[in-house]
Design a protein around this ligand. Structure first.
Ligand code: C2E
Ligand code: CA
Ligand code: CA
Length: 616
């Protein structure tokens, strides 16, 4: 009986029990009145009313919903006492009527006893400790009464009473078993036998309630296996299932006996710890447990002749009474867990204040970004690109976001968030449209640059409608000639995806006349093999190499070799982040094609750019 399910079942029977007593009870008062024993019956009825009021209060108490585990246990104790007392009151009726000489009172007494036993055996099935003693207490006096008649039919009736008692208990036990089974299924995960998500949520809620009262701390560990999908996909679900079972068993062994382990679904497990006095103690305990789990999970598994290895990422959130929102706690652990994944997996991260602030700031950005376009907060600036004679030959469009509350937000901050949430799709389309429109206006007003770069993020690139969008925007704003000036800047992380797919998309875009540039070159997966495979026309040497140019010989070598390699592949090279004359001279001596950076110009607004171009 560790379960709210039973509590709520028994809770629901309280009003039934009260109604079944208050109304028929009046009948008994009337009957006794007719038979001249009103005082005793009225006293009895007053007892029924008082106990009903008590029962009603117990009923209301449960509805508060804020009971801690300890309080719930206490509540249940009270509830049991209430039921015992109520049943005893019905025994009193029997004892009241049976000594009377009139035989019709005997019939009433006998019927009352049988009726009360049936009610007890039906309503109290969740708890054996309730239905067994109550049925016996109600039926035993009846059997004795029959026995005391002293005639043969009395003996027979006494035996019947015993048999009837047995039948009632037997029926109640069968229902009890069934109830236990459904309850087990409702609360357990069938694969691992651990508690399931449903149970976990209820447990977490009651844990938070008790922490609110005790002012103590506990923790929530969210354990997610790394690359479990690969095992499932390559070796089959059968082996995947076995692995999950073994993982469950290992975690179960390493945790504290009194803490709760549940499987949330898939390869996600969760532990709720016991209560700790201080936050520090709690955090330390959580970290020790998490590390322990990481270690035991990494030992090899042998399943059907396969030797498998797997690691896990664990996110921890600390629970105390102040944070009384189950959904939020789980989310925190989830954020920490993903952070662990991002830090290379096989690790533990505890959700802390710093992370919370970051998450809140990011959420705020996410929210405001949503309205940024319609509120006219997004604009583009254009950074000129120069040839070795210092003549403007191109431009890169860069996005700017100016929000009323947050001020200027840097693209390095909001672009990754837009990527994560998917708003980059709408934003990226808006940027592309603005950029195309600007280029076509420039063309018409005699600002004729050779190339015009637009940054395209990964998620935008892989969006199923991307190619169609580009095609449509080209049709709307650009002539066949101006399209050839557009360059899409992509980053090296794109090669982590399915390269064939990447090439396919690039080819479709290239059919429109648009070219590609590899942005931030040298910072990512830089490898010759993909340079060969991807249809790119340009690379942009990342500004981190340029800024170190004067200082380190290594960066000079790096830049030289990028330039040499680019020549081999027939690629144009743009150096970005050129800030000083020295850097420019050095790059020029190595025959870099184009230059972009503060040395020449910062990014400019549309009209600033037009002026700059005319004066150049
Ligand atoms: P990026 O594509 O590498 O853009 C170049 C960044 O370097 C720009 O920062 C630019 O202002 C800055 N920069 C240019 N010259 C210099 C210099 O001489 N010294 C230094 N220290 N910095 C220089 P910005 O505009 O803040 O953009 C940052 C990043 O945000 C961009 O890096 C790009 O990854 C992303 N981003 C910007 N605009 C867009 C956009 O329209 N779409 C997408 N998807 N990403 C964008
Ligand atoms: Ca760029
Ligand atoms: Ca760049």
């Amino acid at each position: 009986m560790d379960n709210q399910y039973f509590y709520s079942y028994l809770h629901k029977q309280i009003p039934v029990m009260i109604i079944l007593s208050l109304f028929p009870g009046l009948g008994y008062v009337m009957l006794s009145w007719m038979h001249g024993i009103p005082l005793r019956a009225i006293t009895w009825y007053v007892g029924i009313v008082l106990v009903s009021i008590w029962g009603y209060r117990i009923y209301r108490r449960y509805l508060d919903n804020n009971l801690s585990n300890v309080q719930l246990k206490l509540w249940y104790k009270n509830l049991k006492l209430f039921y015992y007392v109520f049943i005893l009151l019905w025994l009193v009726i029997f004892l009241l009527f049976i000594p009377e000489s009139k035989s019709n009172l005997h019939y009433i007494a006998i019927f009352t006893e049988i009726g009360a036993s049936v009610v007890a055996s039906v309503l109290l099935i969740p708890d054996k400790k309730l239905f067994k003693p109550t049925v016996i207490v109600l039926m035993a006096p009846l059997a004795i009464y029959f026995l005391l008649i002293g005639e043969w039919y009395g003996y027979v009736l006494s035996i019947f009473a015993c048999v009837f008692t047995w039948v009632l208990i037997y029926a109640a036990e069968s229902s009890h078993k069934l109830l236990m089974q459904t309850n087990y299924l409702a609360n357990h995960d069938s694969l691992t036998g651990l508690k399931n998500r449903y149970y976990f949520i209820n447990y977490l809620q009651s844990m938070m309630n008790s922490l609110q009262i005790s002012n103590k701390w506990s923790y929530l560990l969210l354990i997610d296996l790394d690359h479990f999908k690969t095992i499932n996909d390559s070796l089959g679900h059968d082996i995947g299932d076995r692995l999950l079972q073994q993982v469950a068993a290992r975690i179960n062994e390493s945790k504290h006996d009194d803490s709760l382990l549940a499987r949330l679904g898939g390869d996600e497990f969760v532990i709720i710890g016991i209560e700790h006095d201080t936050k520090e103690e709690c955090r330390a305990e959580a970290e020790i447990l998490a590390e322990k789990i990481l270690v035991i999970l990494k030992e090899s598994y042998s399943i059907q002749l396969h030797n498998l290895f797997i690691s896990a990422s664990i996110g921890v959130s600390l629970i105390n009474g102040k944070n009384n929102d189950a959904g939020r706690l789980i989310k925190e652990a989830d954020i920490a867990m993903y952070e662990a994944k991002e830090h290379g997996r096989d690790g533990v991260i505890v959700f802390d204040d710093e992370m919370e602030q970051r998450v809140e700031y990011n959420l705020e950005i996410e929210r405001l970004l949503h309205f940024s376009i319609e509120n006219n907060e997004i604009s583009l600036v254009y950074q000129p690109q120069f040839n070795e004679q210092g003549k403007v030959m191109g431009a890169e469009a860069l996005v700017r976001w100016n929000n009323e509350n947050l001020g200027e937000i840097r693209p390095d901050v909001f672009i990754p968030i837009a990527e994560k949430t998917g708003s980059i799709i709408v934003l990226g389309r808006f940027i592309m449209e603005t950029a195309f429109r600007t280029l076509s206006i420039w063309e018409k007003s005699g600002i004729s640059i050779q190339q015009f770069s637009v940054n395209v993020s990964m998620r935008q690139f892989f969006y199923y409608d991307f190619v169609d969008d580009v095609r449509l925007l080209c049709k709307e704003y650009l002539t066949d000639q101006t399209r050839k000036k557009i360059i899409f800047e992509i980053t090296e992380s794109i090669v982590a995806e399915d390269v064939d797919k990447v090439v396919h998309i690039m080819d479709e875009i290239r059919l429109l006349g648009i070219r590609f540039s590899m942005d931030d070159f040298g910072t990512g997966y830089s490898s010759l093999s993909y340079l060969k495979r991807l249809p790119i026309d340009e690379i942009k040497i990342d500004r981190s190499f340029i800024s170190e140019l004067n200082a380190g010989a290594n960066d000079q070598i790096m830049v030289s070799s990028i330039l040499n390699m680019a020549k081999q592949f027939n690629l144009t090279v743009v150096s970005e982040g050129v800030e000083t004359k020295d850097q420019f001279e050095l790059l020029r001596s190595k025959q870099c094609d184009y230059y972009q950076g503060f040395y020449f110009s910062t990014p400019l607004t549309d009209s600033e750019f037009q002026d700059f171009y005319k004066n150049n």
